[in-house]
Design a protein around this ligand. Structure first.
Ligand code: NDP
Length: 321
């Protein structure tokens, strides 16, 4: 089968189209023919070797496609499914754990389904798992027009939260407003000052920071005393080690560094969040902005655009459509 294969970690050009043997499912898995594969920032961490995978490997975790074979005979061939944690998804065929896929209703286009789960579940657990977001909460979201950022903004706005979003361009600013942001800032703004001017000098209840290295110090400054800094990504690089005393000097604040794996620890928790995302996409609460798909062979370009801050919303590879 055709797949993107990584034989050495490094820059985007290590993503090479190759002919590799198709995988075969073990009894707990289902074999799926991939229609579209989702492209996520985490794929760049594996490609660079920041997260470890045995070489050579086929990258990608997420997608949408049709079931080809279920060794247990539970899922009919041809059923359209989506998944977010199947290593090797940048390929024509992938094996998905049976407890880690959802059926896709006809109302959701496959290219949307291919990218709704990883970022959608992330937005869901950040708002309802890490902490229960309430109406009137104030949130600061970095990379507000990215894949996770737009979904986080839409869900938080639907919950009645005040959302301050941070983006880098005019186009991204418009998308953040369209998603429901209350106000949109730029990284060059003094974020702590901007939010305090707007909420009586308090600082925000929560900062959701997926940018990391470049924004972390400002995140600490922008949160209110006893508020929460939720560092959930490192698009600009990993944050330097910190002295815990810093949490005291900023007003007894909380810091967490969560992962989707920990918040979908069981099949039941995965299903609960995945079904909430499918419902929200289906009823329009979540409106995914999916860019024109890249061909599978252009995976390197997709990574270059993602890391070059040229993408907005979610991106997918067209695999076998
Ligand atoms: P995005 O679509 O948000 O792309 C990354 C965005 O980060 C860019 O578009 C850019 O937006 C912003 N950015 C700021 N500084 C930089 C920089 N120096 N280099 C590159 N980008 C920069 O990606 P995803 O939605 O896939 O992921 C967003 C973040 O969420 C990532 O850090 C990812 O690792 C994390 N994540 C974490 C999960 C978890 O469970 N912990 C799960 C899923 C994602 P702008 O131009 O506006 O700054």
């Amino acid at each position: 089968m055709k797949a993107i294969q990584i034989t050495e970690t490094g820059g985007p050009d290590v993503l090479a189209l190759a002919d590799v043997p198709a995988p075969s499912p073990n009894p707990g898995q289902v074999l799926v023919k991939v229609a579209y594969a989702g492209v996520n920032y985490i794929d760049t961490y594996y490609r660079e070797g920041i997260y470890h995978s045995e070489l050579p490997f086929v990258p990608g975790l997420e997608g949408c496609g049709e079931v080809v074979e279920d060794p247990a005979g539970e899922i009919a061939p041809g059923t359209v499914v989506a998944w977010d944690s199947a290593p090797g998804s940048y390929a024509e065929y992938v094996c998905v754990e049976r407890g880690r896929l959802v059926a896709v209703p006809d109302s959701i286009e496959p290219r949307v389904a291919a990218t709704m789960l990883l970022q959608g579940i992330t937005a869901h657990y950040l708002l309802y798992g890490v902490r229960d977001t309430q109406q009137g909460d104030s949130l600061l979201i970095t990379a507000g027009a990215g894949g996770v950022g737009l979904l986080l903004t839409q869900l938080a706005a639907a919950q009645g939260a005040t959302v301050f979003s941070v983006v880098s361009t005019d186009e991204k600013e418009k998308l953040a407003y369209d998603a429901g942001a209350t106000e949109v800032f730029r990284y060059s703004d003094d974020l702590a000052e901007m939010v305090r001017r707007r909420n009586g000098g308090r600082g925000v209840d929560v900062v959701y920071d997926g940018v990391g290295k470049d924004t972390f110090n400002e995140s600490l400054e922008a949160v209110r005393p006893r508020g929460l800094v939720c560092l959930f990504g490192a698009a600009s690089g990993p944050v330097d080690p910190i002295d815990p005393q810093i949490l005291n000097t900023h007003g007894s604040i909380f810091l967490t560094r969560p992962s989707i794996g920990a918040y979908t620890a069981t099949d039941d928790e995965f299903r609960m969040r995945a079904q909430a995302v499918v419902r929200a996409v289906d009823d329009g609460t979540l409106n995914l902005r999916v860019q024109e798909p890249y061909a599978l062979a252009d995976a390197a370009q997709a990574h270059k655009d993602l890391q070059g801050r040229r993408t907005t919303g979610s991106i997918v590879l067209r695999v076998s459509v």
